[in-house]
Design a binder for this molecule. Structure first.
Ligand code: AMP
Ligand code: TRP
Length: 344
């Protein structure tokens, strides 16, 4: 990450990323996003992390659940190691500049671009006529999230790469149409061994909070016993573990568990295989379960503690929103000027 942040563009490096408060957090969110946010924060680059509640409501959210999930996500960020003083931590709807710039980007982005988005196709499914207009426009709001801060780097999991590429297209078209060099062309940062954590029940599917099977994922709120049980029951194949990466070819479940082990222990897949190559899953799974409990149980305990004081979480979010607006407001104002809006 630090290397990536040092390269690219004339803009000051600034990191932005977001997670939807649309239910529980999974090991996929933790390894693919949150843990990497913490690593980035500790490189000293200005980092801005958002709970994207306006993205969450592109599909139905029960209001009470949304409120709870937003606070829980904030608790999850902090319990994972984000420091709300070092990073800016806030909720999207409390910074209206996102939606305001999002509207302008709705007018820059083309229908055809949106129609190509795989997340749109997956989520809208066969009944796309009945999907919300917000779900279709979702990537334009995501572009606004990033560009309203002139962010240059966007750490995300593999599934979000296409959306960051669309953000680049929007920034490029805006700069071109208005003959300015105003928005940076942000880079997706997708690195590490866990940018795509797979389901524990099916190595071809992404681990997701929306999977109907709870056994398919590890939730950050799972207790130690549940974590250990889910790992013990994870789908595997009958072979022993290989000693090199080539040996994981065509073995998606084995690859997934090894990747998780490498990411949690902060080593490479090669190093893990050197250690566990030749072992049976019956020997490897307890090692993985111990490691997962060791790393995740403290996060779940700390989340539960933070969730006891909703008022404190709301205070952190309000302060974060204030700091975020200090950056976003002048960038939006300048955008309005470029576009020709009177009063800006
Ligand atoms: P979401 O929960 O869909 O808002 O995703 C928030 C962040 O977590 C995004 O950066 C995703 O790419 C990342 N993420 C979600 N699920 C996974 C997964 N199974 N593996 C890796 N990253 C993930
Ligand atoms: N679309 C992202 C997801 O579903 C969440 C998101 C919204 C995001 N805005 C963002 C991620 C801006 C990175 C940057 O996971």
């Amino acid at each position: 990450m630090s290397e990536a942040v040092q390269t690219s563009s004339a803009f000051t490096p600034r990191v932005f990323s977001g997670i939807q408060p649309s239910g529980g957090l999974t090991l996929g969110n933790y390894l693919g996003a949150m843990k990497r946010f913490v690593d980035t924060q500790n490189t000293g680059v200005q980092s801005i992390y958002c709970m994207v509640d306006q993205h969450a409501i592109t599909v139905w959210q029960d209001p009470e659940n949304l409120r709870r999930a937003t606070r829980e996500l904030c608790a999850g960020y902090i319990a994972s190691g984000l420091d709300p003083e070092k990073s800016i931590l806030f909720n999207q709807s409390q910074v209206p500049e996102h939606a305001q710039l999002g509207w302008i980007f709705n007018c820059v982005a083309r229908m055809g671009w949106m129609q190509r988005m795989t997340q749109w196709k997956d989520k809208a499914g066969k009944n796309s006529q009945n999907a919300s207009l917000g779900l279709f426009a979702y990537p334009a709001l995501m572009a606004a999230d990033i560009l309203v801060y002139h962010a240059t780097h966007v750490p995300v999991g593999e599934d979000q790469k296409q959306h960051v590429e669309l953000t680049r297209d929007i920034a490029t078209k805006f700069n071109h149409d208005y003959k300015v060099d105003f928005f940076p062309i942000p880079e997706p940062v997708i690195e590490g061994t866990a940018t795509r954590v797979m389901s524990l029940r099916d190595g071809s599917k992404k681990m997701s909070k929306s999977d109907p099977s709870d056994a398919s994922r590890i939730n950050l709120t799972d207790d130690a016993d549940t974590i250990a049980k889910k790992i013990r029951k994870a789908k595997t194949d009958p072979e022993a573990l290989p000693s090199d990466v080539e040996g994981l070819e065509g073995r998606s479940e084995a690859r997934n568990l090894v990747n998780i082990y490498a990411a949690l222990s902060e080593t490479s897949v090669d190093a893990v295989l050197a250690e566990i190559g030749g072992k049976q899953f019956s020997e490897f799974k307890p090692l993985l379960a111990d490691l997962a409990v060791d790393k995740l149980a403290p996060i779940s305990t700390e989340m539960a503690r933070l969730m006891e004081d909703a008022a404190e979480i709301d205070k952190i979010l309000a302060r974060g929103a204030e700091r975020a607006r200090e950056i976003a407001a002048p960038i939006l104002k300048e955008t309005y000027k470029i576009v020709g809006m009177v009063g800006a």
